[in-house]
Design a protein around this ligand. Structure first.
Ligand SMILES: [Ca+2]
Length: 158
């Protein structure tokens, strides 16, 4: 066995889980995600970018462990700014769904909180002005409804 082959085996053994994802994607709690901190685009452009010629989509985060691991990844790699996820209430105001048509869970532990008329309340609160889902850098990367024309980073998912 040559040195290069041995080195490759050691690298692969040291990174369990990464084999399941294509090059460029990171296994985060079983999801293959690709962060694009180099891009700043409106939500629809993020959707188009992630779908471009591949079996990928703008990412969904459907479970609490994944959200925590995404947050840890962002902190670990020192990423900044907010990130687009693949959900909106563009089709029906107040009815949040992922691009695959499934419902976005509401409340804890996904959505950020804010001070409402009667104390703490959960996002979303933007009504028809904020129809696209972001991991908000100013809200500890909890979900927030954002203006779809805001310029955020896409997270693609395969
Ligand atoms: Ca809305």
């Amino acid at each position: 066995m040559d040195v290069l082959r041995l080195a490759l085996i050691l690298v692969l053994a040291a990174a369990p889980g990464t084999l399941a994802c294509s090059f460029g994607f990171t296994d985060i709690n079983g999801e293959c995600l690709e962060f694009h901190p180099e891009l700043l685009v409106p939500w629809q452009d993020a959707v188009t970018y992630c779908q471009n010629g591949t079996q990928t989509v703008l990412a969904s985060v459907k479970n609490a462990d994944t959200l925590r691991d995404v947050y840890t990844y962002i902190l670990t790699y020192g990423l900044t700014g907010s990130f687009w996820l693949g959900a909106s209430d563009l089709e029906l105001e107040g009815d949040w769904s992922w691009l695959d048509g499934t419902r976005v869970d509401r409340g804890t532990p996904f959505w950020a909180i804010h001070t409402g008329l009667f104390g703490w309340d959960h996002e979303p609160n933007g009504g028809t002005d904020q129809n696209c889902l972001a991991l908000d850098s100013e809200r500890l990367y909890y979900f927030n409804d954002a203006d779809c024309s805001s310029l955020f980073h896409p997270i693609c998912m395969e």
